[in-house]
Design a protein around this ligand. Sequence first.
Ligand code: UN1
Length: 502
Amino acid sequence: LGVQPNNGGWSTGSNWGSSNTEQQISSYSPVDDKLIAKVSIASADDYENVIGKAQSAFLEWKKVPAPKRGDIIRQFGDALRAHKEDLGTLVSYEMGKSLQEGLGEVQEMIDICDFAVGLSRQLYGLTMHSERPSHRMYEQYHPLGLVGIISAFNFPVAVWSWNTALAWVCGNVCIWKPSEKTPITAIACQNIIEKVFKTNNVPEGVSCLLISDRSLGEKMSHDTRIPLISATGSTRMGKAVGAAVGARLGKSLLELGGNNAIIISKDADLDMSIIGAVFGAVGTAGQRCTSTRRLIIHESIYDKITEKLVKAYGQLRIGDPLDQHNHVGPLIDKDAVNAYLESIEKCKEEGGKFIVEGGVLEGHPYESGCYVKPCVAEVKNEYKIVQHETFAPILYLMKYNTIEEAIAMQNGVPQGLSSAIMTLNLREAELFLSAQGSDCGIANVNIGTSGAEIGGAFGGEKETGGGRESGSDAWKVYMRRQTNTINYSDTLPLAQGIKFDF
Ligand code: UN1
C-alpha cells in the first residue's frame, strides 16, 4: 500500500506535510504487541497548512459536476477492490479484528462508494407550487465546504469512507482525524485515494489527513472554518464535540455509544437467536458500537438459552485474528483490557453472576496481553454497569415475562443505537417496530444488533447522539439547503397577500 508513516498531516497531492514536531505516535499491533510504525503528529503549522489547502481545493472541487465527482468515487471503489486483501489484512493486524471482519470492513467501503456513485446523480431537492402567479419555487442542495471527520479505532477505515464518499460527491472536502490507535490504516487509505485523485487531477486538499491526539479533535470542533464535524466514538467524546460545535452553531453528526439488546421471545427460533447473540456479543471482541451487550430472554426459555449459550461460548476459539480458524481476536490495547476487568468486577459487586467466566489469557500466543475471554453474566437491567457501554465481550442476561416489560428493559438505558427481537410472532414483531416499541435508531427482527448494511441510515438516539451516516438520505447533512423563488412575471406581487403601494 506504499505506507510512508513519517508525516503527521497532509493533504492529497504531492505535499506530504511538513511536520516539524518531535512528538510521535507509535502504533503497536494488539495481535502480537509488535511496533508497526511511528508517526509524527501534526503540528500547529501542519494544521493551518492543511486547512488552507482544503479551503482552496473546495473552490475548485465544488465546480466539478456531481456526476463527475461520482465517477471519481467509482474509481476509488475500484481501487479499494484492488486493495481489499491488503487493506483488510492491515485493518486486522493494526486493530485486531478477525481477517473476515477486516475484509468485511473494506467491503463496506466498496459498497458505500457504489452507493455514492448513484447518489451523485440523485442529490434531489423538491419543487413546490408558489402561491403567486408566474413564480417558480424549488430547493437545491449545495456543498457545505470543509467536513471534519473524527473516527474511532474499531472501524478504522469504513467510517471514514461512509463520510468521505458521500461528502465528496456532495462537493465537500474532508479533513480526517483518525483514532491515534490506528494511524497506519488511515495512512493506507490516504495513499489509495491520493492515487485516484492524482490520476483525475483533483486538486490537493480534497482529502486531508491529520494525525494527533484528542487535542486535534478539540481544535477542529472549535474551528469555524469547518462547518460540519462528523464524530464517531464514545459518548464522552461526542458530548465534548457536540458542545464545542454547538457553541459556534456549527453542524455536527454524532454517532456514539450503544447498549444494544436482543429480546429473545418464547416464540423465537432458538438456534438463530444463539447465532445472532453470539456473533453480536463476541464479534470484533465486543468492540462494535452495535455489539450485543444485553439479552432480554423470556423466562420460559431462559434455561434453554443459557444452556445453549454456555455450550456455544465453550466452542469459541480465541487467538490471532489473522488465523481464519479463530472467532475472537484481541482487544485494542491494555487500557481496554483494564476497562473489561473493571466492568467484570463492578458487575460482581452489584450482584451479577457469571455463567461464563471472563479473564485475560496468558502465555503463548497471547503475549500481547490483549486477549480476553468473552463472558456472560446474569444481571438486572438497572445495575450501573449494565447501563454503561463497556467496549468488550461481556454479555448481560436478564429475564422478562411480558413483551411490554421486555421493550421497557430494552429502552431502559441511556443509549439508543441498535436493537433486535427474535420472534416468529407477528404481533410482537410489529409492536417492537411501532412507536410503542424500540426507541433505537436501528430495530431488527430475526437479525442481531450488529452488521448493519450501508444502504440504511446508520445511527441512534439519546446518548448515541442522533446523527445518521451512510445510506438513505444521510447525505443531506453534508449539504446546505437553499430555497429558491423565481418571479417570471412583470409585476412584483408580495406573498401572504400583502399590498405595498406607493
Ligand atoms: C461501529 O461499530 O462504529 O453495523 C460501526 C455494524 C457495522 C458498523 C459498525 N456495519 O456492526
